[in-house]
Design a protein around this ligand. Structure first.
Ligand code: TXA
Ligand code: MG
Length: 356
C-alpha cells in the first residue's frame, strides 16, 4: 500500500491542512468526541475508495456521513420520520447516528448502495471546524484498520495507520470513548442498530416526552436471524486487541485466579473495581466506577495492554450489579451503560478458557 510519512498536528494550522487535503480527495485522521475518525469527502468516489482501502474495510459495510448542521443533514437525505427529527434535535451535536432514506447525494460506496444513509453531527469543535471548512459531508468510520480497536487518541491512530495516511489531527483524548449509538427507523419506529452511551432508555424517554413513541426501544437482531440485514457492521467481531483477549464475570474469578497461577508470563487485566485477585500476576488497569468515565478509558486500557510483553488480556464484563454499585455514588443505576460496555467487551474478546 501507499508509503508516506504520517504527521500529527493540532490547532488552526491542522484545521487548514486537513480541509485542504480532504478537498483534494485525500484521507485524513480526525478527532471526534466518540472515537477518532478516518475521513474522506463523502461526495468524491475516488476519495471514498481510498478510505475503504486504507481501512481494509469490506465494501458491504456502509460508512457514517458527518455534517455540521441539521439543515445540511436534511439536504442530503429523504423524508425523516418524526422520531428521527426529535432525536436529532435532542442529541445533535453528539454521539448519535441516525439512519434515514438516502437520495444519492454521496458516493454510492458510502451507503454500500443501501436505500438508507447513516448521518451524524459530531460535537468535537475541531471536527466541526473541519467539516465547515471543507463545505462537504465527510464519510468517516473509526480510524483503525478493520477489526482492530477504535482509537481514542491521535497516537492510537498513528499506531494503526502510520505510513498509510499523510495527516492525523490531534484533538486530545476522546470525551465519550465509544462509537456512537446507531438508530434506525424500520416501519417508522426507532430501533437500536448499535448500542452506545445514548442508551435505549435515553431514546425511549426522549420519544415518550415528545409524544412520538412509547415503550422500550428494541435492539435490531444482528445475527441475520432470517430477517433483513439491518446494520452490516454489527456482524463482525470488532474492536479486538491483537493479543488474545478473554472476558469474565465476577463468578469466574476463581477460574481466572487458577489461570494466573498456572501461567509464567505477563498477563493483562482490566477491571471495574477490586476483584480480590492476588496482585503481581497481572498488569492491571482499573477503570473508573463511574461507568461513563469507564467508557472513556476502556479502549485506551485495551490499547495500553495490547503489547508484545503481555501474553493475554482478561477483561471484566460489567453486569447490572456493576451498575447498581455505581449507583451507590451517583443515585441512578446506569444499567444501559453497563450493557453497552458489555457489548463492546464481548465483541473484543472470547469467553474465559479453562487454561491458557
Ligand atoms: O462514533 C462513531 O460513530 C464513529 C465516529 C468516527 O463518528 N464512526 C464509526 O463508524 O464508528 P463505523 O464505520 O466504524 O461504524 C458505522 C456503523 C457500522 O456498524 C455500519 O454498519 C452502520 O454504522 N451503518 C452505516 N450506514 C448504515 C446504514 N445505511 N444502515 C444501517 N447501518 C449502517
Ligand atoms: Mg469501527
Amino acid at each position: 500500500m501507499v508509503n508516506r510519512t504520517t504527521r500529527i498536528i493540532s490547532g488552526d494550522q491542522a484545521v487548514i491542512a486537513a480541509a485542504d487535503l480532504l478537498r483534494s480527495g485525500h484521507v485524513v485522521g480526525l478527532p471526534t468526541e466518540t472515537v477518532y475518525g478516518l475521513a474522506a469527502d463523502a461526495t468524491n468516489p475516488e476519495a471514498v475508495a481510498k478510505l475503504f482501502s486504507v481501512k481494509g474495510r469490506p465494501a458491504h459495510n456502509p460508512l457514517i456521513t458527518h455534517v455540521h448542521t441539521i439543515a445540511h443533514a436534511r439536504l442530503i437525505s429523504g423524508d425523516w420520520p418524526p422520531a428521527a427529527v426529535a432525536l436529532a434535535q435532542a442529541y445533535w451535536p453528539g454521539p448519535l447516528t441516525i439512519i434515514v432514506p438516502s437520495i444519492g447525494k454521496v458516493a454510492p460506496a458510502v451507503t454500500a448502495s443501501h436505500a438508507t444513509i447513516a448521518i451524524r453531527i459530531p460535537a468535537h469543535p475541531i471536527m466541526q471546524q473541519i467539516i465547515t471548512a471543507v463545505g462537504r459531508p465527510l464519510a468517516a468510520p473509526s480510524a483503525n484498520r478493520s477489526g482492530h480497536i477504535s482509537p481514542t487518541t491521535a497516537q492510537h491512530v498513528f499506531t494503526d495507520l502510520a505510513g498509510l495516511i499523510e495527516l492525523i489531527v490531534d484533538g486530545g483524548d476522546c470525551d465519550v470513548g465509544l462509537e456512537s449509538t446507531v438508530v434506525g427507523f424500520p416501519n417508522g419506529r426507532a430501533t437500536i442498530y448499535r448500542p452506545g452511551v445514548i442508551t435505549s432508555e435515553d431514546i425511549a424517554d426522549t420519544l415518550l416526552a415528545a409524544g412520538i413513541q412509547s415503550g422500550p426501544v428494541p435492539f435490531a437482531a444482528t445475527d441475520g436471524g432470517g430477517g433483513p440485514l439491518l446494520s452490516p457492521g454489527m456482524l463482525e467481531r470488532h474492536y479486538a486487541p491483537l493479543r488474545p483477549a478473554y472476558h469474565f464475570d465476577r463468578s469466574q474469578v476463581p477460574q481466572l485466579t487458577g489461570i494466573a497461577f498456572g501461567h509464567r508470563g505477563n498477563l493483562g487485566l482490566i477491571t471495574f473495581g477490586p476483584l480480590g485477585i492476588p496482585a503481581g500476576h497481572f498488569s492491571t488497569v482499573a477503570l473508573a466506577t463511574d461507568l461513563y468515565q469507564a467508557a472513556r478509558g476502556l479502549y485506551a486500557a485495551m490499547h495500553s495492554l495490547d503489547r508484545p510483553d503481555i501474553d493475554a488480556i482478561f477483561i471484566e464484563m460489567p453486569t447490572d450489579e456493576t451498575a447498581l454499585r455505581h449507583a451507590a455514588t451517583s443515585g441512578h443505576p446506569p444499567i444501559g451503560m453497563a450493557r453497552v460496555l458489555a457489548d463492546r467487551i464481548r465483541r473484543a474478546s472470547l469467553p474465559l478458557p479453562l487454561k491458557l
